[in-house]
Ligand binder design. Structure first.
Ligand code: UDP
Ligand code: MG
Length: 308
């Protein structure tokens, strides 16, 4: 019998966990061919999530949990889950039921019998989300794909079932700055896409706001692309050529036509403009250096305070 590990990162999900558990159990009852393992990762929740998990464990042997010593983020929680999973197949699901458990049998069918190593949910729309957030997200994924030359589409999230082969491949990517969407795409493997509808979370609140999404977006770009450095180089070349042309023009105008060299304002503008660009480029380089700095420390991605 195959073992299926369901990895569930949880951060302040006390309200929704009992509902999630019930829904998943219902679906699992229709899958007698698999032995389930529910692996919850408590990502340093400040509410009673850990108590709920202890209670679930007490009444269900198939439930396990890891509890982090503080909030390390969803990326770390997913990595910890994949490391601790003992299943032949693993699936990552959000605790808020935005990833419909009803898709699990279809996913299992795809990875077990249809020759895929991965079957991923594809969110078809962004219903219930603000128009501005949808627009920015869509634009971001377009830019990211162009910059990284990797397939990372809007809608393709972390909800996916994977074979042991693919899980091991993901675990072999040991970088500290983990951008899971990029890593899924990096390791490759044949993926089947199952569309699903976006729904509001069943209970509780989202952990994302514009600021955190913005940082997440920048992380994606700097982790999977060096295009910003290339752009900086191109800007440098263009400015160099323009300044040469401007110098040539001024020289001709002064030497041949005898015009006076003027332009206090032009000089001030140019100094500010170039200063601004130089700072921007320094910041871009700094971003890569700081990432390298964090990688070189080789700090653990998470610290566990309790597990079972
Ligand atoms: N999550 C986590 N650590 C965090 C933030 C979120 O483990 O620091 C979990 C959260 O409990 C949920 C999943 O990641 O199971 C998705 O989070 P959320 O629903 O807040 O994100 P959204 O669906 O709004 O993108
Ligand atoms: Mg959610």
């Amino acid at each position: 019998m195959d073992k299926l590990t369901i990895i569930v990162p949880c951060y302040n999900e006390e309200e929704v966990l009992p509902v999630f558990y019930k829904e998943v159990k219902k679906v699992l009852q229709g899958m007698p061919e698999v032995e389930p393992e529910l692996l919850f990762i408590d990502d340093g929740s400040r509410d009673n999530t850990l108590k709920v998990l202890r209670a679930l464990r007490a009444c269900d042997e198939n439930c396990r949990y890891l509890a982090f010593s503080r909030n390390f983020g969803k990326e770390a929680a997913m990595y910890a889950g994949l490391q601790a999973a003992t299943g032949d197949y693993c699936v990552i699901m959000d605790a808020d039921l935005q990833h419909p458990p009803a898709l699990l049998p279809g996913m299992y069918q795809a990875v077990k019998n249809e020759g895929y190593d991965c079957c991923a949910g594809f969110r078809e729309n962004r219903k219930g989300e603000s128009a501005l957030r949808s627009l920015l997200s869509k634009a971001f994924y377009k830019v990211l794909q162009k910059m990284s030359h990797m397939k990372m589409e809007d809608g393709a999230g972390d909800f996916r079932m994977m074979s042991r082969k693919m899980v091991d491949a993901i675990l072999s990517v040991k970088e500290y700055n983990r951008y899971m969407k990029g890593i899924f795409s990096f390791v490759g493997f044949d993926t089947k896409w199952l569309p699903f509808e976006n729904v509001e979370r069943a209970a509780g609140k989202t952990k994302w706001n514009f600021k955190s999404l913005f940082h997440y977006a920048l992380d994606g770009i700097f982790s999977f692309s060096t295009t910003p450095i290339t752009i900086a180089g191109v800007v440098g070349v263009v400015l160099f050529v323009l300044s040469m042309l401007y110098g040539l023009g001024t020289g001709i105008s002064t030497l041949i036509f005898g015009n006076e060299v003027s332009g206090y304002t032009t000089i001030v503008c140019l100094i500010l403009f170039l200063g601004g660009i130089q700072l921007l480029v320094t910041a871009v380089i700094g971003e890569y250096i700081s990432k390298t700095y964090l990688e070189s420390k080789e700090r653990p991605l998470y610290i566990i305070k309790e597990s079972c």
